[in-house]
Design a protein around this ligand. Structure first.
Ligand code: IMP
Length: 192
């Protein structure tokens, strides 16, 4: 079954494909189908994901899957949150966002944080009952980046029980543990 993924983020595409492809789902990104990015104006992940999925389903006529995800830091009252991709400004690099996070957290003792992911699947643009699945991954923010894998905040997202950052995990290990992996597996359960 062909589904449009309402995102152009290569990291997310890889992670979603790795889990959905073995089950017979073909995932196209919205840019492959000439769908422009939808605005994400809302203050909650679920509102943004629903808006993105509806926009992609409307423009392609395909079932749509949207992910909205981000890093929430307790000491920063949930920031960067829905602004994770643009924490240090519009169109900035992961490195800039990471720098901003480390600077903002420097004076706080509590470094605990979690990644959150919500997935919204719409069978068509007017689907009255979206399938929604969430996933959470807890860790701590460390000032010195470690690892080359993953994307975004992964080099600073430390998992005490593994003694590694998310960027030091191989892709399969990350999919097993991550907020997105958990949400995807839950979504599949719900769909089936
Ligand atoms: P979105 O594309 O608006 O959902 O923004 C997601 C942003 O949250 C990404 O650009 C990253 O900054 C951050 N993020 C979400 N999931 C991950 C992850 O698995 N690793 C690292 N950063 C993530």
């Amino acid at each position: 079954m062909n589904i449009v993924l309402a995102s152009n983020n290569v990291g997310k595409l890889k992670e979603c494909r790795a889990i959905l492809a073995p089950l017979g789902f073909t995932l196209s990104t919205q840019s492959e189908l000439n769908v422009p990015e939808a605005p994400e104006p809302y203050g909650t992940f679920v509102e943004n994901a629903l808006t993105k999925a509806r926009h992609a389903a409307q423009l392609t006529g395909l079932p749509a899957l949207a992910d909205d995800s981000g890093l929430c830091v307790h000491a920063l009252r949930g920031a960067p949150g829905v602004r994770s991709a643009r924490y240090a400004g519009e169109n900035v690099s992961d490195a800039r966002n990471n720098q901003q996070l480390i600077a903002d957290l420097a004076l706080h003792e509590d470094k605990s944080a979690y990644y959150y992911c919500v997935l919204v699947y719409l069978r068509h643009a007017d689907d009255p009952q979206p399938v929604i699945a969430e996933g959470v991954w807890h860790g701590e923010i460390i000032a010195n980046p470690r690892g080359e894998g993953g994307f975004g905040y992964d080099p600073h997202f430390y998992l005490p029980e593994l003694g590694k950052t998310a960027a030091e995990l191989d892709p399969q290990q990350k999919n097993q543990l991550s907020h997105r992996g958990k949400a995807l597996r839950l979504l599949l359960e719900k769909l089936s």
